[in-house]
Structures are given as structure tokens and as C-alpha cells.
Design a protein around this ligand. Structure first.
Ligand code: GAP
Length: 444
């Protein structure tokens, strides 16, 4: 489906965030000294922290705080048998068209005008659409024969299906229960783009929730609501989020119903996460292909059944991008524009920045001790260069919720100034109460 453009979408925000990401070390093109490499991105010192925090927040909500979900870290490489059974070898395809005039390739289902090439503007120059498989294949082992073919997983989900019995038995779980996984995924996208929104290498956070067949619809509704709430709880404005059920012709080959959590991106509403009802498609397919039983025997009812699966599947990198877009704000302060990322404290790369007022050693030595005491608990930045105002502005742009300034008075009174990112209010706090103060203020 082509992107749903909205009059509320702010197109200029896209360039602003791409520039800020590069300038401040969130994300930038990979292998840039060689001209970059096909829409791959590297995440810099603060980007890697943001990604870790997104994954940590997801794991906390989906695994840590639930008695009915356990984790898994399955292999990225897998044999063709897995993808044959899952249907990906046959059906994980996108329709590809070539422009005869300029030679560019496009996804037929994402074209704004199906007859006009978006690269050169020529009309009626597209070839017939052909199905292009999105999986990356490689060779495992030193001999490149057909038996050595392996695939890089295009979704983390299959690990949870293939390992279903192993995990259920060792974790002593029974339906309804879930298996969650966070990890790298690879898709040979025809048209990657929009910064990190669609890339060929990305990370997913997926959970397969195995339920008695009669309960699948109820759990699907439950997980749609839960997943929408997760974004709101982490500070995304509700008017920038919506749930959209898929039309029948949009459904993946394994899904009987899917709803997307959509975000209002700078180009319009687009997918953040999909919540699918996969039925018994995967467990049945792997059971048939492997000859192994992938079902559950309910001793209380004497019934044996193949569980149905409800799957909330989110992208780490896509979510991080959306959190940056949602957090970006500017305001006038004493005639100057202040840029501030109002990231939720749980997501902010640094929770605190420790800033000695001057570079004099009588301030930097004790400031480093303050850093040491805080960094045992939180991710803390330490910065002693430039004027204090400029250092505050830099931390505002990184989304750091609190700045701690060690000044000349601190030497005498054993207290520091704590500045709030959002209100810019400053309070004096004794150094020996600082860890508790920060913990309370950030609600962590
Ligand atoms: N197991 C189901 C599944 O993979 P999906 O909708 O294809 O479903 C889930 O992917 C999520 O992964 C998407 O909602 C999106 O956030 C993320 N994602 C998918 N393709 C992506 C890509 N090429 N680049 C970045 N993120 C992607």
C-alpha cells in the first residue's frame, strides 16, 4: 500500500533529524569514507545508547514484567528447510518493476503513480512486475555446493517456532505463553530509504504468543492495545499514533489478521509495528516438514492441539527513529532558539551530564568523583570543554534529562546544581544525596 499522506505531517522535520543524527552521533551512513554502502547506517556513541534503551524498555515490558513470556536468542543463519517450510522461499517477495528509460528499480506496490517513474519522471516505461525474493543467501562452510546454502533470517520469528517445544519444556510453560527475541534481521529491500526507516540490515523485537485456538482473537485485541500503550508510556504523543487493521490484500502469507501501529512520520502515516494473528500456520508447517510434533497436550482437558500465535513485531531502528522525531522540539530562550530532545528518561542516551564549571583541576577532580558515583547506576556523560551555556545546549540536543554542575561553591558546601532539561530549572543538591535525587527525578 502506498504511504498515506497526512496534512499534519511535517516534511522538514525529516532533514532536521537526519542532520542532528549525524552532527550529534546518533546515526550516519555506514562506510562513509568509501562513499557509503547501499542504505546501511552505523549508530554512533549516543545512537548505540538509544538503541540499547529502546530494546531494554521493550524487554522490560514484554519479558521482565511478565510471568508468561520468556526470552530466546536464536541463530541468524539457518538452513533452507526452515524457509521452505515457513513459506518464505516461495512467498517472501515484493513486486519489482524496472524503468526502461533510466534503468532504476522500484517496488510496484509503493509507487505513488503506477505509470510514472519517480527517478526520471518518464511515463509508461515500467516492465511487467515480477516477484523478487527478499532473503539474503550465503554459503556456510568452505565448499560452495548447493548443500551449503544458508539464509540470513528475514524475521526473528522462525527461531521461536522451530524451538517451540524445546523452550516450552525447559521453561515449564503452557499456552497462553510467549517467546520473545531481539536481534538482527536482513532483507534485500528493493527500495530502502527514508533514513533508517527501511534498511537492508535492521533489528527486530518480536514476541510469539502461543494460545489455545479459541482465544486467538481475544489475545490479538489484547496485544494491539498493549503495544499501542507501550509507545504512549514512553512519551509518544497519542495524536501521532494510530492502529490500522490491514486490508485482506495486504496480509502476509502467514497472517489471517494484522493491525499496524502507525506513526505520523514526516512523509505521512506509516508502519511502526505489526501485530499479526498467525494462526497455526507456522507450527503446523514446521511440524509437517520436520516430522516433529509441535503441539501441546492439555492434561486437564485431555485435548491435544496446535497453539495459535499472536505476534507483536516491532523494529528497533524504526522505533528509535520515531522516538527521535516525536521528541524533537524548539523554543525561544532569551532571543535564541533552543533545540531540545524531550526523550523519555528511560530512552535518553545519557541520564545525567556532569559538567565542572571550569577546567581548573580543583573543580575537575571532584567532578570526576561525582561522575564515578553516578555512573555506577546510570549512563553519564562528562564534559569539561566550552562555556557552560553551550554545554547545556549540547546536552539538550542529546536529550539528557539532568545536568549536574560542579562549581566553586561546591568545593565549600559539598553540593551541586542540578538543571532540568525540560524546564531549565536549577536546584542545589548535596552530593551525598545525588544518586537518590536523580533516581527519584527520573523515575527509574
Ligand atoms: N515477523 C513478522 C514481521 O517480520 P514485518 O511487519 O515484516 O513483520 C516487523 O516486520 C517490523 O520490523 C516492522 O513493523 C518494522 O518496524 C520493522 N521492519 C521491517 N522491515 C524493515 C526494514 N527494511 N527496515 C527497518 N525496519 C523494518
Amino acid at each position: 500500500m502506498a504511504t498515506d499522506r497526512s496534512p499534519d505531517a511535517d516534511a522538514s522535520l525529516f532533514d532536521t533529524i537526519v542532520n542532528l543524527s549525524k552532527r550529534r552521533g546518533f546515526a550516519f551512513p555506514s562506510a562513509e569514507i568509501y562513499g557509503g554502502f547501499r542504505s546501511t547506517y552505523d549508530y554512533g556513541p549516543v545512537g548505540v545508547l538509544l538503541l540499547r534503551n529502546v530494546k531494554e524498555a521493550w524487554w522490560r515490558a514484554m519479558v521482565q514484567r511478565r510471568h508468561d513470556v520468556v526470552g530466546l536468542d536464536a541463530a541468524v543463519l539457518s538452513p533452507p528447510a526452515v524457509w521452505e517450510a515457513s513459506g518464505h522461499l516461495e512467498s517472501f517477495t515484493d513486486p519489482l518493476v524496472d524503468c526502461r528509460a533510466c534503468g532504476t528499480r522500484h517496488r510496484a506496490d509503493k509507487l505513488e503513480d503506477p505509470d510514472r517513474c519517480p527517478a526520471c519522471g518518464a511515463r509508461d516505461t515500467f516492465t511487467e512486475a515480477r516477484q523478487f525474493n527478499l532473503m539474503f543467501s550465503t554459503q556456510a562452510g568452505p565448499v560452495a555446493d548447493a548443500g551449503a546454502t544458508a539464509y540470513l533470517r528475514p524475521e526473528t520469528a522462525q527461531g521461536m517456532f522451530v524451538d517451540f517445544t524445546q523452550v516450552m519444556t525447559t521453561a515449564r510453560k503452557k499456552p497462553p505463553f510467549g517467546i520473545a527475541q531481539v536481534g538482527k534481521t536482513f532483507r534485500n529491500e528493493i527500495t530502502p530509504g527514508n533514513f533508517v526507516f527501511r534498511t537492508r540490515e535492521f533489528e527486530q523485537m518480536e514476541m510469539e504468543f502461543f494460545v489455545p485456538p479459541a482465544e486467538a482473537q481475544r489475545w490479538h485485541e489484547y496485544w494491539c492495545a498493549e503495544r499501542l500503550r507501550w509507545y504512549v508510556d514512553l512519551g509518544m504523543p497519542v495524536d501521532k499514533l494510530r492502529l490500522r487493521p490491514h486490508e485482506p490484500d495486504e496480509l502476509s502469507h502467514y497472517s489471517s489478521a494484522t493491525s499496524d501501529v502507525e506513526f505520523l512520520f514526516p512523509w505521512g502515516w506509516d508502519e511502526l509495528e505489526g501485530i499479526a494473528n498467525r494462526g497455526d500456520f507456522d507450527l503446523s508447517a514446521h511440524s509437517k516438514a520436520s516430522g516433529e510434533k509441535l503441539d501441546y497436550f492439555d492434561q486437564t482437558t485431555g485435548e491435544r492441539y496446535t497453539p495459535h500465535v499472536v505476534e507483536p513485531a516491532a523494529g528497533v531502528t524504526r522505533a528509535a527513529f520515531a522516538f527521535l522525531l516525536a521528541a524533537y522540539d524548539t523554543e525561544e530562550v532569551r532571543g535564541e532558539t533552543r533545540v531540545v530532545l524531550r526523550l523519555h528518561p528511560r530512552l535518553a542516551p545519557y541520564k545525567v551530564a556532569v559538567l565542572p564549571l571550569s577546567k581548573k583541576v580543583e573543580l575537575t577532580d571532584p567532578a570526576r568523583q561525582v561522575f564515578a558515583s553516578l555512573s555506577d547506576r546510570f549512563m553519564v556523560d562528562y564534559d569539561e570543554t566550552q562555556a557552560i551555556g553551550r554545554r547545556y545546549r549540547r546536552q539538550d540536543e542529546l536529550g539528557t534529562p539532568l545536568c549536574v554542575t560542579y562549581d566553586f561553591e561546591s568545593v565549600d558546601d559539598g553540593a551541586v546544581t542540578v538543571r532540568d532539561r525540560d524546564t531549565m530549572e536549577q536546584v542545589r543538591v548535596p552530593i551525598d544525596e545525588l544518586v537518590t535525587h536523580v533516581t527519584d527525578r527520573l523515575g527509574l
